[in-house]
Design a binder for this molecule. Structure first.
Ligand SMILES: *Cc1c(COP(=O)(O)O)cnc(C)c1O
Length: 391
């Protein structure tokens, strides 16, 4: 049997490896605390679950769903964008429900990338942008996100030969893993760049609803002209603690949304209806849960900030996302640091190298673990001395 090259050439999903290491330690009976999780620990709010239960009982919803989702769900998405960002999208032309945004992000590569094409991909980043570019036969060209540039890609540094050859640009703010946020000036620069080089822009907006200290993240599509070049991925996963239900959406440029609909409808058969009804409830029902969740994250953030500062890490206090992106003291690689911390304290953090070469020298520390676990983890981190020269 001969598998395709992409099976041997693409490494296993990096975070599967971490999960394996954690499972090994736990099997040995160790009390492992993981700050490596990008998955809200809080449950889906009850009003959303109730709708799911009710609609799951109705046999009408036991059959194949529509490829492009329930019309009511598309209208709910469009209404949510209107309320949250003041943007209106035609529910039948500019909105597409997804089986989680990872699905849509992965398939987006197949809408724009032919063999040999280039996608501009940030580094560090969520790995799906580059891996699926490769799956489609294309090549990622990495845009470094560095502290000096506030973790925004320096578009002017892209050689014009590369920019001309590129067809797709990925951006993601609030950012995973760096927790950076982007202002309208950056989004406007992206639009101008995309128009100059005839690029499609995909904005991964998974974290716009997890923000602190009163900060309200923007939608890329609020930038003037963004709808001419862009599509945005949003997800109910982080916003409503619904990662397990797999439901999300793409909105924006009609041609882009159409292309994604075409690819998807030939591969999957849509989102189970009951989950779509739950999603409608989430988007149109009471929104208090979002404020309640972010208040919890903000308290956790403050505890984490204190502990990480104590062991000599440097970082910008995050205004959004679920993460602290912390710079390691000189002399550590991110893998060595994560391994040593795990050895000494049974605490897991994500090595920055897992997100790309420019993630080296950093770790990502997540706030999505229950308060008592976070506090115990913070206690272990704060009393850990290895990072202070005790190597
Ligand atoms: C969590 C996350 C997603 C997507 O999650 P889904 O559950 O697939 O909707 C997308 N992008 C980033 C950067 C994420 O961290």
């Amino acid at each position: 049997m001969r598998t395709a090259k992409r099976i041997s050439e693409v490494p296993p999903y990096f975070f599967m490896e971490i999960n394996r290491k954690i499972a090994e330690k736990r099997a040995k009976g160790e009390d492992v605390i993981s700050f490596a999780i990008g998955d809200p620990d809080l449950p889906t709010p009850p009003h959303i679950l109730n709708r799911l239960w009710e609609t799951a009982r109705d046999p009408v919803n036991h059959r194949y769903p529509d490829y492009d989702g329930l019309p009511e769900f598309r209208r709910a998405i469009s209404g949510w964008y209107e309320k949250r960002f003041g943007l209106s999208f035609h529910p039948d032309k500019e909105v597409l429900p997804l089986i989680g945004s990872k699905e849509g992000i992965g398939h987006a590569a197949f809408c724009f990338i032919d063999p040999g094409d280039i996608a501009l991909v940030p580094d560090p980043a969520y790995p799906v942008y580059s891996v699926c570019t490769t799956y489609a036969g294309g090549e990622p060209y990495f845009l470094p996100l560095t502290e000096e540039n506030d973790f925004l890609p320096d578009l002017d540094s892209v050689p014009s030969s590369v920019a001309h050859k590129a067809k797709l640009l990925w951006i993601n703010y609030p950012n995973n893993p760096t927790a950076a946020v982007a202002g309208m000036d950056f989004f406007e620069r992206v639009v101008a760049f995309a128009k100059k080089y005839d690029l499609a822009v995909c904005h991964d907006a998974a974290y716009t609803e997890i923000a602190f200290d009163g900060y309200k993240p923007l939608s890329f599509l609020q930038a003037k002209g963004a709808r001419d070049v862009g599509m945005e991925f949003h997800s109910l996963s982080k916003t409503y603690n619904m990662t397990g239900w797999r439901v999300a959406m793409a909105v924006g440029n009609e041609k882009m949304v159409n292309a994604l609909t075409k690819i998807k409808s030939n591969i999957d058969s849509g989102i189970p209806n009951a989950i779509q009804y739950a999603a409608i409830e989430a988007l149109t029902g009471p929104q208090d849960c979002i404020g309640e969740h972010t208040a919890i994250y903000q308290r956790r953030r403050d505890k984490l900030v204190e502990a990480l500062t104590k062991i000599g890490l440097r970082f910008k206090v995050p205004q959004a996302s679920l993460y602290v992106w912390a710079r390691l003291p000189e002399g550590w690689t991110s893998l060595k640091f994560a391994e040593r911390l795990l050895e000494d304290t049974a605490v897991v953090v994500t090595p920055g190298i897992g997100y790309g070469q420019y993630g080296e020298g950093y770790i990502r520390v997540s706030m999505s673990l229950p308060d008592d676990r976070l506090e115990e983890g913070v206690r272990r981190i704060a009393s850990w001395r290895a990072s202070k020269g005790g190597r």
